[in-house]
Design a protein around this ligand. Structure first.
Ligand SMILES: Cc1cc2nc3c(=O)[nH]c(=O)nc-3n(C[C@H](O)[C@H](O)[C@H](O)COP(=O)(O)OP(=O)(O)OC[C@H]3O[C@@H](n4cnc5c(N)ncnc54)[C@H](O)[C@@H]3O)c2cc1C
Length: 288
C-alpha cells in the first residue's frame, strides 16, 4: 500500500496534513508515552507526527508588545530564560523532575489540558493566547477559551498548537505555589498563581488562578475585584475576608490524589499566604 503519511514534517503545512491523516502529535512524549504505554507495547500505537523538525514551533522571540514562545520550548528552557516572566518560569520549574523538564514542552502541557497542568495557572494570569496553525493559516485563542475541560481543547482535526503568545501584562508582583505529595515527579493537589500590578503601594489589578480545584483552571473574579484598589498595607487585615471567599470560587473533587476538603482548606491558606507575602513586601519597602 502506498502511503503519503509523513511522520517527520518540516513545515507547518506538512505537519497539519499528517494530523488530518490521523497522525497524533508527539512533542516531548512525556504525557503521550504514559497514556499510550499499552498501545506502544502491543504495537497498536497510532501513527505519530514528530514535531521537532518544524522550525515555526521552536524558539522564543520578542514581539512589539510581548513574547512568542514556540510550542516545542521545553520546561527547562522556560525556567532559565530571562525573557520569560518569573511567574511562568517558576511554574515551569515545578514540572516533574529535571530530566522530565528537559523534554516536556509547553505545547504538550497546554494540549494535555489537565487542571493539574503546572504551566496553566501562570498562563491564565499572564493572559496568554494560544497560536493555532492549520493548512489555511493561523488563529489565536485566549488560553481560557482554548481549554474546554480535562483533556479537551478547541483544536480541530487539522490543527496544531504552534506557539504561546504572552502579551505584556504589567504584572510587577507575583506568587506561585504548588502543593503536591513530594517535591519532584508528583502531580499537583492544589496550585495557585497570582500576578498583581502594584503602583504607589496600591493594587491596581490582581489576577488569581487556581489549578487542580475544578475541571479547568479557575480564576476568581470576585476576589480579584475585592482586592483591586487596596493598599498593600491594607491587605493583611483583609486576609480573613478574602480567603473565606475562596470556598465558593473553587469546585474541587475527591480523587485518588486528595480530598475536596483538603483542597478547599489548602486553597484558602495559599491565598492567605500570597496576600500576607504581598503585604509584607510593603512593610519591607517602608521600613528600609
Ligand atoms: C513522571 C511524570 C511526571 C510529570 N509531572 C508533571 C508535573 O509535575 N506537572 C505537569 O504539569 N505535568 C507533569 N507531567 C505531565 C507531562 O510531562 C507534561 O504535561 C508535559 O508538559 C507534556 O509535554 P510533552 O511535550 O511531553 O507532551 P507530549 O507527551 O508529546 O504530548 C501531550 C499531548 O499533547 C499533544 N500535543 C503535543 N504537542 C502538541 C502541539 N504542538 N499541537 C497539538 N497537540 C500537541 C499530544 O498529541 C498529546 O496528546 C508528568 C509526566 C510524567 C511522566
Amino acid at each position: 500500500m502506498v502511503t503519503t503519511f509523513n511522520p517527520h514534517p518540516t513545515t507547518v503545512r506538512e505537519a497539519c496534513r499528517a494530523r488530518l491523516e490521523g497522525g497524533v502529535p508527539y512533542a516531548g512524549g512525556t504525557d503521550f508515552m504514559v497514556r499510550h504505554a499499552k498501545a506502544v507495547q502491543t504495537g497498536q500505537c497510532p501513527p505519530l507526527i514528530f514535531l521537532e523538525g518544524v522550525r515555526e514551533f521552536s524558539g522564543i522571540s520578542v514581539l512589539e508588545s510581548g513574547l512568542r514562545i514556540g510550542a516545542l520550548t521545553t520546561m527547562a528552557e522556560l525556567s532559565v530564560d530571562t525573557a520569560i516572566p518569573r511567574l511562568l518560569a517558576t511554574a515551569c520549574n515545578c514540572v516533574g523532575s529535571p530530566a522530565l523538564r528537559n523534554v516536556a514542552t509547553i505545547g504538550g502541557n497546554v494540549c494535555t489540558a489537565s487542571p493539574a497542568g503546572d504551566s496553566l495557572p501562570a498562563l491564565y494570569v499572564l493572559g496568554a493566547k494560544v497560536e493555532i496553525c492549520s493548512p489555511e493559516g493561523s488563529r489565536t485563542v485566549p488560553i481560557s477559551e482554548f481549554v474546554l475541560g480535562p483533556g479537551r481543547t478547541v483544536l480541530e482535526s487539522d490543527e496544531l498548537v504552534s506557539a504561546i503568545i504572552l502579551p505584556d501584562s504589567g504584572i510587577n508582583m507575583f506568587y506561585h505555589r504548588k502543593v503536591s505529595p513530594r517535591v519532584a515527579n508528583a502531580i499537583t493537589k492544589v496550585s495557585l498563581a497570582v500576578g498583581a500590578s502594584v503602583e504607589d503601594q496600591k493594587v491596581e489589578e490582581i489576577r488569581i488562578a487556581y489549578g487542580s480545584v475544578g475541571p479547568t483552571i479557575i480564576r476568581c473574579p470576585e476576589i480579584e475585584a475585592a482586592c483591586a484598589g487596596l493598599l498593600l498595607s491594607d491587605l493583611e487585615a483583609a486576609v480573613p475576608a478574602l480567603s473565606s471567599m475562596v470556598e465558593t470560587a473553587i469546585a474541587p473533587i475527591d480523587d485518588h490524589r486528595s480530598s475536596a476538603l483538603y483542597r478547599r482548606s489548602i486553597a484558602a491558606n495559599l491565598l492567605a499566604e500570597c496576600l500576607e507575602t504581598f503585604a509584607s513586601s510593603y512593610q519591607r519597602i517602608t521600613h528600609d
